[in-house]
Design a protein around this ligand. Structure first.
Ligand code: SF4
Length: 281
């Protein structure tokens, strides 16, 4: 694992996420090395030859830059942490860059942002609990965990360096018990691996809402995903390859998603589709 320290020009970057004008990515690259990672396209913007998951650049001047970037933010804005990395990957235990940024956010003077600065964190690591003291001091905060499966063997195959699923579920409960708004991002939905029914069952009572997302096959991950899926599930139906490229298949997954959400009384905030004409048969 190559860990490098870099300087960045900006730490708040514009984002189109609803209700949040900015993203904060304290790192480039991600040690979590998920097989399906959509963010691997970021490698294009680095000088790295290592495979995705084998390098991480730490934006060591992130907090200094934040102090300048925050001056351009308008009332009502917020930030998503993080869109193309995991802000609580193992490097964070040492560098505490995400924690330092949260400290800055907690201490934004009220005269600068009258309505506060909304923060939404999405992670796959229970290291986020380390920062519970700061999270409790934020007025507009939500913390979510990505969960694509409940089977720990599958988790080892697809997300080898993330917190085990049970730890993510336990962390959601701890956050919720502490009064933090919690959510789950059921993503990516992996046919033959994701068991929506068991995920919704596990989430009951510990999240305020869920979002869903189909498998994103547009980022050069398909070969790796398909080989991991067949390693996990040797009895894939013959129509599997056709299904993952079929709009009607993903529509039926979405219907099942909403049906289970209703059954477990968990509101759905959003459901993202990634199927594109190049994939449709
Ligand atoms: S945690 Fe997120 S950013 Fe990191 S490798 Fe996994 S999918 Fe990619």
């Amino acid at each position: 694992m190559l860990i490098s320290e870099i300087e960045t020009k900006h730490i708040l970057t514009h984002s189109k996420l609803p209700g949040l004008g900015y993203s904060i990515n304290p790192y480039v690259g991600c040690q979590h090395a998920c097989v399906y990672c959509y963010a691997r396209f970021m490698k294009r913007f680095t000088n790295h030859d290592e495979p995705w998951g084998q390098f991480v650049d730490v934006k060591v001047n992130g907090t200094k830059v934040f102090d300048k970037d925050i001056l351009k933010v308008k009332s009502g804005d917020g930030a998503f942490i993080a869109s193309v990395t995991d802000a609580y990957q193992p490097a964070e235990a040492q560098y505490q860059l995400t924690r330092s940024l949260l400290e800055r956010i907690v201490n934004i003077p009220p005269e600068l942002l009258l309505d506060g600065f909304a923060i939404s964190i999405l992670t796959k690591s229970d290291l986020v609990l380390r920062d519970l003291d700061l999270l409790k001091r934020l007025t507009k905060i939500s913390v979510g965990f990505s969960i694509a499966m409940t089977n720990e063997t599958a988790c080892q195959l697809f997300e080898p360096r993330c917190s085990p699923i049970q730890k993510r579920l336990d962390a959601l409960k701890t956050l919720r018990d502490a009064g933090i708004k919690t959510y789950a991002f059921i993503s990516p939905i992996l046919p033959g691996v994701t068991d929506l029914s068991s995920i919704f069952e596990a989430l009951e009572g510990i999240v305020e809402y869920v979002c869903g997302e189909t498998l994103n096959m547009r980022c050069g991950n398909l070969t790796d995903v398909l080989s991991a899926v067949s390693l996990f599930n040797e009895e894939l139906p013959p129509e599997f390859n056709q299904n993952i490229r079929s709009r009607s298949y993903w529509k039926s997954v979405e219907r099942e998603f909403y049906r289970l959400a209703q059954k477990h009384d968990i509101p759905v905030n959003n459901f993202f589709h990634h199927i594109s004409s190049e994939h449709v048969y």
